[in-house]
Write a protein that binds this ligand. Structure first.
Ligand code: AMP
Length: 289
């Protein structure tokens, strides 16, 4: 049975107890609306620790005023059950006043890997993410925390944040999980009707074509980017970015790509029927093999 905890004091009492018993703490922060992608992170985290904490908090500071904060999927009981089944020992339904107490006036503005790509389209986003992740990691103080490669830039931002502020967690990346039709699982996919869903499948198809072209010997990043962009725009998707970047620092290649496909990642953000889709893969790890 996973404990369901709302109060911060109760969370800390339980964490203190586990630490006194010498047990290591794993952590998977989420915004709820849980799906198999989240559950796979939980199973991975559980294999790396003695006690697993899952947090559920829809973080308002990473939404712009026009975005879907109010409509974000919320299902506390369903999320608890899924977390428990995936190995959580404690599900923390974090309250706004505990994350952002009344006098809270600090924000963290990531630089480096936090600049460009997402920030070009959602300027507020990583400030909100970094601030809430710093807060969550400080409150839970996990030994290990697992974040999904689905949000690849976010994973690098969190790693940098954890290093810069010496938050003390080991940050581990979890594999991106897809639906049977190739679409990356996302809490927002529930908003895609059948027509939009069909169109959304173009995103993994674009990644697939980029990977196949690389496997066939294409090494010019502009040609590969253009291939992805044409695939997306032909199907009517509105592209925020479709770009091959370095897996380690997200910089654009200066020259032709080398023969090490793990060094390069294709990242896509595109809008489909008003839903923003985010996807990526290493050049030798296409959506379909
Ligand atoms: P969210 O609830 O969307 O903020 O996501 C919580 C965590 O789940 C983040 O670390 C995400 O990167 C991760 N995540 C979301 N979707 C997937 C997916 N399809 N596969 C793996 N991890 C995911």
């Amino acid at each position: 049975m996973a404990l369901s905890v709302v109060e911060l004091d109760e969370l800390h009492q339980q964490l203190d107890l586990w630490r006194e018993q010498g047990l290591s703490i794993g952590f998977v922060p989420t915004m709820g609306g849980l799906h198999e992608g989240h559950c796979s992170l939980m199973r991975q985290a559980q294999s790396l620790c003695d006690r697993l904490v899952v947090s559920i908090f829809v973080n308002p500071t990473q939404f712009a005023p026009h975005e879907d904060l109010e409509d974000y999927p919320r299902d506390a009981q369903g999320d608890h059950n899924k977390s428990e089944a995936a190995g959580a020992d404690l599900v923390w339904l974090a309250q706004h006043q505990d994350i952002y107490p009344p006098n809270w006036s600090t924000t963290i503005v990531p630089q480096g890997v936090g600049l460009g790509l997402e920030t070009d389209h959602r300027p507020h986003f990583f400030t909100g993410v970094a601030t809430v992740v710093a807060r969550l990691l400080t409150l839970v103080r996990p030994d290990v925390a697992v974040f999904g490669e689905k949000d690849y830039q976010q994973l690098l931002v969190v790693r940098q944040l954890n290093d810069d502020l010496r938050l003390g967690a080991k940050i581990v990346g979890g594999r991106l999980i897809r639906d049977g039709d190739g679409l990356a699982l996302s809490s927002r996919n529930v908003y895609l009707g059948p027509e939009a869903r069909e169109q959304a499948r173009t995103v993994p198809k674009a990644l697939q074509l980029m990977c196949e072209a690389y496997a066939s010997g294409e090494r010019d990043p502009s040609t590969l980017n253009a291939l992805g962009e044409v695939t997306l725009s032909d199907q009517g998707l509105s592209i925020d970015y479709c770009r091959i970047v370095s897996s380690t620092n997200l910089e654009a290649p200066m020259d032709l790509l080398d023969d090490s496909p793990q060094s390069w990642r294709a990242l896509i953000a595109a809008r489909c029927h008003g839903i923003r889709l985010l996807d990526n893969c290493a050049l030798d790890d296409p959506p379909w093999r």
